[in-house]
Design a protein around this ligand. Structure first.
Ligand SMILES: [Zn+2]
Length: 806
């Protein structure tokens, strides 16, 4: 008691307290104590103290019990019980010397973050070590008065993935259940693996009722329960309640469909679905409602989620149970396209009339793209719209985020907490906090240039942008970099270099050094992939261009050295380095990628010009040049001396009827006179394969192939008359049992009349492949007009595949 009295007196002497003020720290000395609400909260208080000490040189003392006269911060913590309300907190002052934080287990951190941000000037700009922004302070105080806070997106705010210590700084909390999880606890695989699934719930697929999941290696996909069967409701409810008994802490359960389709074709399901063929929303959401109703009578607050995804993407004709949150997948970036934005807004509006609350699963990928994919204005506009339509769950699929994409994550986190805040002010604060007052406008310019590039007309012309209408943009594929015009990188370098020069204090300088390092790394990588040289469409326009590109390979060693140096520096970052050294980040950021990958990616764009003697000679030279990796030389050799390799698709000469061949025109596109061998025209022999594509025809070829190998393929096409706006897209992908293992959007090639055009490609199989799938898409032909294919050759690259050794 005496000691406490003494302490109180000492605090009183040091702390200059003004009327109506609660002082935490004065003259770098603590003026209040933190009353530990329980041992399990010590780590949270330690974390708060660590930041406080950084800012003002002292932590606050943590005590089990405070003296009556001590200035103290107490906590009243309610258990987390409902994701809808657990984020709210208030800070109150029952008397001048006592601050009470009323919070949940979850929102205790939000309250402490709030104190640090609002009254100690702290900002967490990004996960890296230098992401913490502050000014040293000697005094930290706040006015005595009630503070109440609750987030706008109250049920879910999360972007995966980064350093986990950063999530609380961004007010992210672990997401509610959103994934495909039917086989986890609704119809648990674990339970039925031994006994078999109840026969009543198994679907009719391709005309026959199945007994077990159709795909042995993926038992969680390719089938759905027979949703119209009352047993599918009863058994689901029993299993969910049983699961909750063992996991009473669970606040949400996902009812999302199994992945990859497999909807029941029985008469009852067909009837319950109102005869609709593709969309299964009627039958599925009826089941969801029935399960929700039964579960809610026992566990009234449990949240049930469903994904509006592929066959269940359309809203049903009826309203959903109020406990059901429907989650919609969307790539907010795709809303840079006005028509796509309109479409998304319409669907979300329609859903908001059917469900009490909605969620959004955003493919907000940063890395996975080779440049900062930023779209701040669209981000803000869409988040505001989504909130106005009762979206209360936001989940960003990103897999890797750090400082490279500037204020993107910061803007998300601030708007998710308070959708009424001004996006422009949030970004202005980010730039100023990051770089300091003088450098902020330059840093802003740097990111605004990236934003412009990502919404430029050039970007819209890239093959990547064709995915704008898909469930998500085609992340991980490179053609987005072809939107860069010559000089873009130099301009961007100017902005980031100038910002570096003008950065103010040590914190700001350090942050800009990391941003510049990311730029340096990106620039070297982008150049290795032919950015600024290859046109947006990914198609070169002349043999001269192809030759110039092949000659530019002489500059590669310089970029390779630079890239390697910057990659090693990135891996040393104290927080993110750990992740950069991991296989996932390394793959996404291409940190340790073999140099043959970018070379072959560029090489591929020159293949349309192999008929040019100069280009052919340059390719033959690469085959002999030991400066290139062996895999590149193997490909070059297979291209240059194709005739001396064995054709593994001998029927490609198009002379004899395909009896057992896997080369075929897709059945839906078989019009009279199309998909046949014809003697109208030929390149060699007497015949060729004739197609009358009309608007769209697809020709497919499946060939067996060895794992981890490279193949080169070539074929020729002929159109007798002016093809107008007709195009050809072709490509090949590694496959396992005929299923593609990879996919990306192929460039569109223009066709010329009266010549046998040669098209060439190569493909690499992966360690698990046993085949290759080839695709030839013919689009936008005038009705009835034909195209002919001849001389298709597929050879395996590599010395052992040659017919005779050199
Ligand atoms: Zn059925």
């Amino acid at each position: 008691m005496r000691k406490n009295l003494f302490c109180g007196l000492l605090l009183f002497l040091i702390c200059r307290v003004e009327a109506g003020e609660f002082v935490l720290v004065d003259q770098h000395r603590p003026c209040a104590v933190l009353v530990l609400p329980g041992e399990k909260y010590r780590a949270v208080l330690d974390d708060f103290n660590a930041t406080l000490k950084t800012v003002c040189g002292t932590p606050l003392k943590i005590v089990e019990k405070a003296g009556r006269t001590e200035r103290q911060i107490r906590f009243e913590i309610r258990p987390d019980a409902d994701p809808r309300t657990e984020d709210a907190f208030s800070i109150e002052f029952p008397e001048e010397k006592t601050m009470v934080v009323k919070c949940s287990e979850t929102s205790m951190v939000w309250a402490l973050n709030h104190l640090l941000e609002r009254f100690a000037g702290v900002r967490w700009l990004f996960p890296e070590k230098c992401g913490l922004s502050y000014l040293p302070l000697s005094k930290i105080a706040l006015p005595v008065g009630k503070i109440s806070e609750a987030p706008s997106f109250n049920i879910g705010r999360f972007i995966e993935r980064s350093n986990s210590a950063f999530y609380p700084k961004a007010y992210f909390k672990p997401p509610i259940e959103l994934n495909h999880a039917l086989t986890d606890y609704v119809f648990p695989l674990k339970k039925y693996r031994e006994t078999g699934f109840p026969p009543e719930i198994m679907p009719v697929l391709k005309g026959a009722k199945i007994k077990e999941p159709p795909n042995r290696t993926t038992p969680r996909g390719y089938w759905q329960p027979c949703y119209s069967n009352p047993a599918a409701v009863r058994i689901a409810v029993e299993n969910i309640l049983e699961y909750l008994k063992e996991h009473p802490e669970k606040t949400s359960i996902s009812l999302s469909v199994n992945d990859c389709g497999g909807f029941c074709e029985c008469r009852n399901c067909e009837h319950a679905n109102g005869g609709r063929k593709y969309s299964q929303s009627e039958v599925y959401y009826k089941w969801v409602n029935a399960v929700a109703e039964a579960v809610a009578s026992r566990v009234p607050k449990l949240i049930l989620t469903a994904n509006a995804y592929v066959q269940t993407a359309e809203p049903p004709s009826f309203k959903l149970h109020p406990n059901v949150i429907v989650n919609r997948t969307i790539d907010l970036y795709s809303c840079t396209d006005p028509a796509t934005m309109r479409k998304h807004k319409e669907t979300i509006s329609e859903w908001s009339r059917k469900a009490a609350a909605l969620g959004v699963w955003d493919y907000s990928w940063g890395h996975g793209y080779m440049m900062p994919r930023v779209y701040f204005r669209i981000q803000a506009e869409m988040l505001q719209f989504l909130h106005s339509k009762n979206v209360r769950v936001y989940f960003g699929e990103n897999e890797c985020f750090d400082c490279r994409d500037g204020g993107k994550t910061y803007l998300y986190s601030k708007l998710l907490w308070n959708i009424r805040s001004d996006p422009e002010e949030i970004l202005a604060e980010w730039y100023e906090r990051c770089a300091g007052k003088s450098a902020a406008p330059l840093l802003r310019k740097y990111y605004e240039r990236w934003e412009e590039i990502f919404s430029s007309p050039e970007m819209r012309r890239t093959p990547w942008f064709e995915s704008v209408g898909s469930t998500y943009m085609n992340w991980g594929k490179i053609s987005h970099i072809y939107a860069l015009r010559p000089g873009d990188l130099e301009e961007l370098r100017g902005w980031i270099e100038d910002a570096c020069r003008l950065a103010g204090n040590a914190q700001e300088k350090e942050r800009l050094e990391w941003l510049r390092l990311h730029f340096n790394y990106m620039e070297a990588l982008l150049k290795m992939y032919g950015a600024e040289f290859i046109p947006p469409e990914g198609v070169l326009s002349s043999s001269g261009q192809a030759l110039a590109l092949l000659n530019s390979f002489s500059k590669l060693p310089e970029y390779v050295t630079r890239k390697k140096k910057f990659a090693e520096q990135l891996k040393k970052e104290p927080v993110m380095g750990f992740y950069y050294r991991s296989p996932m980040y390394s793959k996404r950021m291409k940190l340790d990628e073999d140099v043959s990958t970018p070379i072959l990616s560029q090489f591929e764009t020159t293949l349309d010009f192999l008929d040019s003697p100069e280009v052919a000679a340059a390719v033959a030279k690469i085959a002999e040049d030991r400066a290139f990796p062996p895999s590149v030389r193997d490909i070059a050799d297979a291209l240059a001396r194709s005739g001396s390799y064995k054709n593994i698709f001998p029927e490609g000469d198009m002379e004899q009827a395909f009896e057992k061949s896997n080369f075929r025109l897709i059945p839906e596109h078989r019009r009279t006179g199309s998909g046949i061998l014809s003697s109208d025209f030929h390149f060699s022999g007497k015949k060729s394969f004739k197609i009358i594509p009309d608007e769209y025809s697809l020709v497919r070829l499946e060939l067996p192939a060895d794992p981890d190998s490279r193949y080169v393929a070539a074929f020729r096409t002929f159109v007798p008359e002016d093809p107008g706006r007709a195009t050809l897209q072709y490509g090949a992908f590694p496959a396992l049992n005929s299923h593609n293992q990879d996919w990306y959007i192929l460039p569109r090639k223009k066709l010329s009349a009266g010549v046998w055009q040669k098209w060439t490609l190569f493909v690499r199989t992966n360690p698990k492949s046993n085949g290759i799938n080839f695709y030839l898409f013919f689009r936008d032909f005038a009705p009835g007009k034909a195209v002919y294919v001849d001389d298709m050759r597929v050879v395996k690259a590599g010395k052992q595949a040659e017919l005779s050794p050199r």
